[in-house]
Design a protein around this ligand. Structure first.
Ligand code: COA
Length: 188
C-alpha cells in the first residue's frame, strides 16, 4: 500500500506571500493565538525576523510535491535541551488524511534524533480537542492547563500545555511507527 507522499522542506524567501495567505485564512487563524487579519507590512516584518532567529525553524509541508502547510520549532533552547513546536495544514481538504500524523512523527524524530534534545512541548487551545488528543496519541502528556491564557475576539481562552520527554517517545515510538505504516507510510 502506498500512502500520501509527505515531505518537509525549509521555508525560503519565496514562501513569504503564501504564508500570509495561509495564516489569514479563518480556518487556520481560529486555532492560533491571534486572528486579526495580518497586513503585508506586519507580515514582512514577522517573516524576516522568523528566518533570522536562531531559536526558531520553519518548514513547508508538501503533499505530493504541493505546499500544504507549515511546521515550526520555537523557543529552541540547547541549554535546556528542549524546544516547542506547532503546525497547520492550510486547507481543510488536506486534513484528516493522515498528513498531520506523519508531520508529528517527523518532527518528534528531528527533535530527539538530529537535535538530540530531551523534551518537546507545545500549547493548544483547550477547545482544539482533536489536536491535543492527537498529541497525546504520540505520547505527549498534559502538563498544564493555563487558564484565561489568551484573549481572542474579546474573550479569554484556556490553553493546554503538553510535553513529550525523550523517554516517553522511546516507550511509544514503535507503536507510532506501526500506526503510520498501517496508513501506508514507508518509514526509514
Ligand atoms: C492539526 C492538523 C495539522 C492535524 O493534521 P491532520 O492531517 O488533519 O491529522 P491526521 O489526519 O493525521 O489525523 C491524526 C489523528 O487525529 C485524528 N483527528 C484529526 N483531526 C481530527 C478532528 N478534527 N476530529 C477528530 N479527530 C481528528 C484522526 O482521526 C487521526 O487519528 P488516528 O491516527 O487514530 O486515525 C490539522 O488538522 C490542522 O491543520 N488543523 C488546524 C490547525 C491546528 O489546529 N493546528 C494545531 C495548532 S496547535
Amino acid at each position: 500500500m502506498s500512502g500520501p507522499r509527505v515531505e518537509l522542506r525549509d521555508v525560503t524567501p519565496e514562501d513569504r506571500d503564501r504564508l500570509r495567505d495561509w495564516r489569514n485564512q479563518p480556518d487556520v487563524a481560529q486555532w492560533m493565538y491571534t486572528d486579526a487579519v495580518i497586513g503585508p507590512e506586519d507580515h514582512a516584518r514577522w517573516f524576516a525576523a522568523a528566518l533570522a532567529d536562531p531559536s526558531r525553524r520553519y518548514w513547508i509541508i508538501e503533499l505530493d510535491g504541493e505546499p500544504v502547510g507549515l511546521a515550526n520549532l520555537a523557543d529552541i533552547s540547547p541549554a535546556n535541551r528542549r524546544c516547542a513546536w506547532a503546525y497547520y495544514l492550510a486547507s481543510p481538504a488536506v486534513r484528516g488524511k493522515g498528513v498531520g500524523a506523519y508531520v508529528e512523527y517527523w518532527m518528534i524524530e528531528q527533535v530527539f534524533g538530529a537535535l538530540g534534545f530531551a523534551k518537546l512541548w507545545c500549547e493548544v487551545l483547550v477547545e482544539n480537542e482533536a489536536v491535543w488528543k492527537l498529541h497525546e496519541s504520540f505520547g505527549f502528556r498534559r502538563e498544564a492547563l493555563l487558564r484565561q491564557h489568551v484573549w481572542k475576539n474579546g474573550a479569554p481562552r484556556d490553553v493546554v500545555g503538553l510535553g513529550l520527554l525523550a523517554q516517553d517517545w522511546a516507550a511509544v515510538r514503535e507503536a507510532s511507527r506501526e500506526r503510520l505504516q498501517a496508513k501506508g507510510y514507508a518509514l526509514d
